[in-house]
Design a protein around this ligand. Structure first.
Ligand SMILES: NC(=O)c1ccc[n+]([C@@H]2O[C@H](COP(=O)([O-])OP(=O)(O)OC[C@H]3O[C@@H](n4cnc5c(N)ncnc54)[C@H](OP(=O)(O)O)[C@@H]3O)[C@@H](O)[C@H]2O)c1
Length: 272
């Protein structure tokens, strides 16, 4: 792949696996991470296996819109061929970021949305954006009010699922408005990573009974890698399959309403 591939959350289980896979293919990778020391450890591990791999690190905290802007400003004139919005979080408790967003929505939705918007002018024609979604999206619904949940609307899994559904819907509208880039969705399934440690009393039990049956990060990230390299657009990658967007998600009117609400929030609250 010509140009730089940006991977957010490249310190995490699937982000690191994706960085390694791309390094093995000879891609130029920019690890966009909030913890630079941790990113250096991941990079060093990969370099030991793939000497000479072209991997750089950029600081990016998706929970802070200022950090997203600084990250994009720090990029040189290099062409961006792909953005893999992989970073994600399941916040245990309700909290607000400095920008006034609920934390899960800040990291899983507003951060990636802003990143896509700001990176657009730097993307080469036919660049690809791959957004990581989740099978949990199927079990929730959203409207404009969901983007800024209050404390009483919050639940750990429900808010996570709604943030991912918001990203899915934004992606569909983004694809309609920006045909110059290709947008694909990737659903990893259930993967053995820190993310499935929900911080509850039953976690040790789940570690014994549940974790062994989860996919490895290398397997979980495969749909996203397929989405990056397929040459396809507007597809939903899950398991080994590349399928049309599932019909349960097809609602262009709702996508548009969410897009407009998001635009309002970014414009009115963040002066964007
Ligand atoms: N695991 C699953 O079963 C599963 C299922 C469906 C979808 N997914 C999605 O797959 C993606 C990767 O998850 P994973 O399982 O590999 O989880 P993970 O190992 O916990 O990795 C999450 C990554 O996101 C980063 N991150 C968290 N908050 C951030 C912030 N404020 N700014 C920038 N980066 C931040 C983490 O950085 P630190 O290293 O600094 O913490 C880490 O690199 C996520 O989007 C997740 O929602 C996972």
């Amino acid at each position: 792949m010509d140009g730089t591939v940006i991977i957010t959350g490249a310190t995490g289980a699937m982000g690191a696996a994706a960085t390694r896979a791309l390094a093995l293919r000879g891609s130029t990778v920019l690890m966009a991470c909030r913890n630079v020391l941790k990113a250096e450890e991941v990079r060093n591990r990969i370099l030991a296996e793939v000497p000479g791999a072209d991997i750089r690190i950029g600081k990016l905290d998706l929970s802070r819109t200022n950090s997203v802007r600084t990250f994009v400003d720090s990029l040189g004139p290099e062409p961006i061929s792909a953005l893999f919005n992989n970073a994600g979080v399941i916040s245990r408790e309700y909290s607000l970021t400095a920008d006034g967003f609920e934390n899960t929505f800040a990291v899983n939705y507003f951060g990636p949305v802003l990143l896509m918007r700001l990176l657009l002018p730097k993307m080469i024609p036919d660049a690809v954006v791959v957004n990581m979604v989740s099978l949990t999206c199927r079990y929730v619904s959203i409207d404009g009010n969901s983007l800024k949940p209050s404390g009483k609307d919050f639940s750990q899994l429900g808010t996570y699922a709604r943030s991912k559904l918001a990203l899915l819907r934004f992606s569909l509208e983004f694809a309609r408005r920006h045909p110059e880039v290709r947008v694909n969705l990737a659903d990893p399934g259930i993967v053995n990573s820190n993310m499935i440690d929900l911080g509850h009393w039953f976690d040790p039990l789940a570690d014994v009974l549940f974790r062994p049956f989860c996919k490895s990060p290398e397997r979980g990230v495969q749909p996203a890698l397929n989405a990056l390299f397929s040459g396809e657009r507007n597809r939903y990658f899950v398991g080994k399959r590349c399928r049309a967007i599932p019909s349960v998600y097809l609602d262009p009117d709702l996508d548009l309403r969410l897009w407009l609400t998001t635009e309002d929030i970014l414009r009115n609250e963040l002066n964007l």
